[in-house]
Design a protein around this ligand. Structure first.
Ligand code: ATP
Length: 488
């Protein structure tokens, strides 16, 4: 990461804390690594992103319904899903500093450094070799690749590495009060399995016909060894996942559909297409047919924000085998080839999986700007502004009476009462108006309305637009309509 981008990233983290978006968890005890709390504006923004996703899934698609499954699940779930045996990352320890690293992270960081020094080809070759060795689980080869590339520990500065080992990422705990009887259960590492085990419950009760989807948002937990980059990689985070069940043989076209549809969702927030790219996976899980990531250009480079995976019938078949309960669907549609119904089968699945916290960081990274301004008298000024898309901004409208007297607060309160049941408004009387505008810029409020003495004469107010800083006078009766138009 260049110094300029590193500074920008640090500025975003400070801004998020100073303005009540994100706090380190239990900060008074010095925080807990890779765990964060969302503050007043952060929790609103997070909820708005979640709602935007939920609506796009369950309201705009007639054939997708939601569920809200528990975090704890029967332990056999994780045996069936493969997480007990396979949910691990190759790790390596530095013998001098005793620090543990994820091998792919060390190699990726080296590739980034090569790119920054203009050695694009070497960087590409390094990543391609890494992908190949990871796909083959060739740990000796990976360790040699690290040594060949002179990768050292950032703390000890040495290449005194242990062998590479697998490290399971699931958190476990005990269910039951008496230690001897207690069962080991896991905090779910993904929300998807809550969907798979409820496949037939949902299909039958909501009378769904294949193709159909089940959406869910909720917490997931991973004991990430190297948790860094703020809320990009957390130990407790939230996912927004949708599993789409399709007839075998149609998964290719549905994979394509969801790959495109999900990118459109991102672009629908007005984020430029150039900030995104697809990364098609080279290393596929043994059951996967196709998989790709949607990557966004964070200040620290292009990184995954969402995954689209064609998972075959792997998950339902595994659950059928472990639970001994049939997970089949009876398809009454007629197969033109045979003239008979398609009949019983285990559906194939296309999964879309996005991290809510990662999306939050994406929105902040995209929105944050330290803008240089020239005032009317020619002098220089600056402001920090969050250009958060209006439909997900924490506050939509700030209502600001110019003074605390002369009946202006009463008019402002009237507008507040008119608007607050439709969208989130913020009321403030204190401080000079310029200062109040800057505070709203810093938390990303798209519209500010000022009520002044002229309002008493002609029922007009000044509306100020966050991004352009333009101001215009409009009738107070038009304010609600104007904001509503921009936020839906
Ligand atoms: P990565 O390669 O970055 O570890 P992954 O491929 O393991 O991610 P998935 O298992 O596909 O991730 O999870 C789907 C989504 O959940 C990711 O695209 C990401 O947005 C989010 N996610 C995964 N792990 C974390 C984490 N530790 N903190 C925050 N978000 C996460």
């Amino acid at each position: 990461m260049s110094i300029e981008l590193e500074n920008k990233f640090q500025a975003i983290i400070s801004h998020a804390k100073e303005y009540g978006f994100v706090f380190p968890s239990s900060e008074i005890y010095d925080g807990l690594s890779a765990v964060y709390d969302y503050g007043p504006y952060g929790s609103e923004l997070k909820k708005n992103i979640r709602d935007y996703w939920w609506k796009s899934m369950t309201q705009l698609h007639e054939n997708i319904v939601g569920i809200d499954a528990a975090i704890f699940m029967h332990p056999t779930t994780w045996k069936a899903s493969g997480h007990v045996d396979n949910f691990s990352d190759p790790m390596i320890d530095n013998k001098d500093s005793k620090k543990r690293y994820r091998v792919d992270h060390l190699l990726e960081a080296k590739a980034d450094a090569l790119k920054e020094s203009g050695k694009e080809k070497e960087a590409y070759e390094l990543l391609a070799t890494m992908d190949k060795l990871l796909a083959a689980d060739d740990f000796t080869g990976l360790r040699q690749l690290m040594l060949d590339n002179k990768i050292v520990c950032s703390i000890s500065g040495t290449a005194n590495w242990t062998d590479i080992r697998q490290f399971n990422l699931m958190f476990s705990t005990q269910l039951g009060s008496v230690a001897e009887d207690a069962d080991t259960i896991y905090l779910r590492p993904e929300t998807a399995q809550g969907i798979f085990v409820n496949f037939l419950n949902v299909q039958k009760t909501a009378r769904m016909k294949v193709p159909f989807g089940i959406a869910q948002t909720g917490k997931a937990f991973r004991n990430e060894i190297v948790a860094r980059q703020f809320i990009f990689r957390m130990r407790e985070f939230e996912q927004m996942e949708m599993q789409f069940f399709v007839r075998p043989g149609t998964e290719g076209e549905w994979y394509k559909y969801w790959k495109e549809t999900r990118l459109q969702w991102h672009l629908g927030l007005g984020i430029p297409a150039a900030k995104y790219r697809y990364h098609d996976h080279v290393k596929l899980a043994h059951y996967a047919k196709e998989a790709c990531d949607i990557e966004y250009e964070f200040p620290f480079g292009f990184k995954e924000v969402e995954g689209i995976h064609s998972r075959s019938d792997f998950d339902l078949t595994q659950h059928q085998q472990y639970s001994k309960k049939k997970q089949q669907y009876f398809d009454t549609d007629i197969d033109e080839a045979t003239g008979k119904p398609y009949g019983n089968y285990i559906p194939y699945v296309i999964e879309t999986s996005i991290g809510l916290d990662r999306m939050f960081l994406l929105v902040l990274s995209q929105a944050y700007e330290e803008e240089k301004l020239v005032k009317e008298d020619g002098s220089e000024d600056s402001r920090t502004v969050l250009h958060i898309p209006a439909k997900i901004a924490p506050n939509k409208l700030a209502i600001l009476p110019l003074t605390k007297k002369d009946g202006l607060p009463e008019i402002a309160r009237g507008l507040m009462d008119e608007c607050k049941s439709s969208f989130k408004c913020f009321y403030e009387e204190k401080d000079a108006i310029g200062k109040r505008y800057r505070r709203q810029d810093a938390i990303g409020t798209p519209f500010c309305v000022t009520i002044d003495h002229q309002t008493k004469d002609d029922n007009t107010v000044t509306i100020r637009y966050r991004d352009s800083m333009q101001q215009e006078r409009i009738p107070i009766s038009k304010v609600k309509e104007l904001v509503l138009k921009e936020i839906f």
